[in-house]
Design a protein around this ligand. Structure first.
Ligand code: ZN
Ligand code: ZN
Length: 257
């Protein structure tokens, strides 16, 4: 994480900077960050697979009649279904437009940091006749967990590295604010699996833009190490599915640690 570069303990500096150098407090930071709060939703899960078209972690994915189970480019094995998310349900839950269809993320756990090679993310339009698959072909498949509900987090805050984009609108020293946020758990983006909110970047933000319109992608779903699935992205990393706020089918999977 970024260090604290404040020259603390040197009281003479306070005079030099005058009133602008007013010390930050939790209540002041809460007030400063209010415009940037986002709601997020934590999935509530039941152990066991559900219907083939439901939202779930692991388990049997919805596959249209002519689909085949995606294989890993690296080891050629069938990949784990990490997440299947009904975007209509996600839209309803988050009261935001997440698009429609079934989002599916497949992933094969390798040490490789190139998430493109051992993952497959797609948006599927379910047809009328899904394949009937009794047993997962994935070696050592993770236990299936059906998403049965969502718990609201009312105020998720941006990672300190994302605050700099709001520098012109924030009336305090942005580096002081970032340092305060970094050392105060309340103001850090929540870890764990969640829908929407702000991504808990392990280092700094690495935001990609939409291939179609160039708009910055936003967090659709965060998938964390050792949360609903017993997998780890690098060493305690976090993964995300990002989405264009305009083009809901422009989706991107990445992880970092
Ligand atoms: Zn593989
Ligand atoms: Zn776009």
């Amino acid at each position: 994480m970024s260090g604290d570069f404040d020259d603390e303990g040197n009281e003479d500096d306070d005079d030099e900077y005058g009133e602008d150098n007013e010390e930050l407090s939790a209540s002041k930071v809460r007030q400063i960050l209010t415009p940037y709060e986002r709601a997020a939703w934590i999935p509530v899960c039941n152990l066991g697979d559900g219907p083939v078209d439901c939202s779930k972690f692991s388990g049997i994915p919805y596959l249209n009649a002519k689909d085949s189970w995606p294989l890993c480019d690296v080891c050629k094995n069938p990949m784990q279904l990490i997440l299947q998310l009904d975007l209509k349900e996600a839209s309803k839950q988050s009261k935001s437009d997440c698009g429609e269809g079934l989002l599916q993320l497949f992933y094969c756990h390798h040490a490789s940091k190139n998430a493109r090679k051992n993952s497959f993310l797609r948006l599927l339009e379910p047809g009328d006749k899904p394949q009937k698959i009794e047993k997962s072909p994935v070696p050592n498949a993770y236990p299936a967990k059906r998403i049965t509900g969502w718990t609201l987090i009312e105020n998720d805050y941006p990672h300190s590295s994302e605050l700099f984009q709001f520098e012109d609108d924030i009336e305090c020293d942005i580096q002081d604010l970032a340092d305060f946020v970094d050392r105060t758990e309340e103001f850090r983006p929540k870890r764990g699996d969640k829908l929407r909110g702000w991504h808990a970047w392990p280092q700094g933000a690495d935001i990609h833009s939409c291939d179609t319109c160039g708009t910055d992608l936003e967090l659709l779903m965060q998938i964390d190490s050792k949360s609903n699935l017993p997998l780890e992205f690098g060493s305690d990393g976090t993964a995300l599915i990002a989405q264009c706020p305009v083009h809901k089918d422009q989706l991107r999977f990445d992880w970092s640690n």
